[in-house]
Design a protein around this ligand. Structure first.
Ligand code: PLP
Length: 420
């Protein structure tokens, strides 16, 4: 049996240990220090560069997680109890959960068909409707670069600016993705990055917030370090958080930055190969850049399955209660009480996932939209059916530096063999 091919595995450059060793040798084993500062500088150079234009001047603050970055961006936008925040429904829960940490309400916005991300028309309809229903403006807008694909940021920014609502770009999955030659996360007021183990680059766990200027970055840093006032003793006039990145983790990040461009190129190459090898397979469509302004990092490669496509063994889908959560969840999960839910991928998608799993290939359904999640059943949502349909028909295929051309051929051959 072949070695298992995972969805997206961390890949080291070989430089990481040098930076980590330096942290130990100089006793900077704390959540601050030269690696944190150096990693921030590296990230700033990376996100500020623009094709054919002068670089931007955004500042980056390294944090313990992308989720922490979403949380602090919301605080900096003034989100508090009773407020509403407009957020893309088709996302991972970390885009919306921090809204609830603050006692605010997420208002979910469905996707458009081209990028699969926030639908600008629905966004504007939702803004108008929320103002009419609540008499108050939503406090922030969170579009998400799902699987790395850019959202229609020019339209989203135009609407946001017209209503004076700040945009927090969730670029956790879109590190290195560009829209019109500019990095995601640098268009809105804030941009969220994640360096979790499966992301484009990793710090084992970690994240960062791209800030519009140095003053805002200082404010974020202050919140991330327990909001300490300048006294010789602990004086607190606001509630802060322990969200700063460790200097050891930042060492991993500095090492990773030496190979980030190679990683991105490899993800794009794998995507291209899937497209080439699957182009004549009826019933399977790869998701690609919808137009020349889009330049996805293809963090994960995704495809949709025609509902009529028959996969061998799909009649056995959802027969068994699954044990274990998607992605492992560090081994901690609740046991599922049922094998099915009222909203799940079509049987052919689960059939294909099982066929790939049996061939030692990890595949995963597209993320289940937040408006379909039981925990958000009472949240307002502005829908057009796009994200739910994608969830029912879509699948994520392995990508990343460890996936070789031979692996992609093997995966595609496995897919072809699974078709009935
Ligand atoms: C869309 C999205 N937003 C936010 C996050 C949160 O990042 P982290 O896992 O670093 O907290 C993730 C990833 O995990 C994500 O996929």
């Amino acid at each position: 049996m072949r070695e298992r091919i995972y969805l997206c595995l961390a890949h080291m450059s070989g430089r990481e240990m040098d930076y980590i060793k330096e942290a130990f040798d100089t006793n900077w084993v704390v959540p601050m220090g030269p690696n944190v500062n150096g990693f921030e500088k590296d990230l700033e150079s990376f996100v500020n560069r623009r094709e054919g234009k002068a670089p931007l001047d955004r500042k980056v603050v390294c944090l313990s997680a992308g989720t922490a970055a979403v949380h602090l961006a919301l605080i900096a936008c003034g989100v508090g109890a009773g407020d509403e925040v407009l957020v893309q429904s088709f996302t991972f829960c970390a885009s919306s959960h921090p809204i609830t940490y603050l006692g605010a309400t997420p208002v979910f916005i469905d996707s458009e068909k081209e990028s699969w991300n926030m639908d600008p028309d629905l966004l504007e309809a939702a803004i108008k409707d929320r103002i009419e229903k609540t008499g108050r403006q939503p406090k922030a807008i969170i579009p998400v670069a799902l699987y790395g694909m850019p959202y229609q940021i020019d339209r989203i920014m135009e609407i946001a600016d017209r209503y004076g609502i700040p945009v927090i770009e969730d670029g956790a999955e879109g590190f290195g993705s560009l829209y019109n030659g500019q990095s995601l996360g640098t268009f809105g007021r804030f941009g969220v990055l994640s360096f979790n183990g499966n992301k484009m680059i990793t710090t084992s766990g970690g994240g960062a917030l791209i800030c519009p200027d140095a003053e805002t970055a200082r404010e974020i840093l202050w919140y991330a370090t327990q909001a300490r006032e300048s006294y010789p003793y602990y004086q607190h006039e606001a509630i802060g958080y322990n969200y700063r990145m460790s200097n050891v983790c930042a060492g991993i990040g500095r090492g990773q930055m030496t190979v980030v461009d190679e990683h991105i190129e490899h993800h794009k190459h794998v995507q291209q190969l899937y497209c080439e090898l699957l182009k004549d397979v009826k019933g399977i469509t790869m998701h690609g850049n919808p137009g020349p302004e889009y330049d996805s990092n293809f963090w994960l490669c995704t495809a949709v399955l025609d509902p009529d496509l028959r996969i061998k063994g799909q009649e056995n889908a959802y027969r068994q209660v699954i044990t274990g959560a998607v992605g492992g969840a560090a081994g901690v999960t609740h046991a599922a009480s049922t094998a099915v839910t009222d909203c799940q991928p079509n049987s052919n998608v689960e059939g294909l996932r099982m066929a790939l799993d049996a061939a030692n290939v990890e595949a995963r359904p597209l993320w289940k939209p937040m408006h379909c999640q039981p925990v958000y059943k009472d949240a307002p949502a502005y829908l057009n059916g796009v994200s739910e349909a994608l969830f029912k028909t879509g699948i994520c295929l392995p990508a990343g530096p460890y996936v070789s051309d031979d692996d992609v051929r093997y995966i595609v051959d496995t897919i072809k063999a699974a078709i009935d």
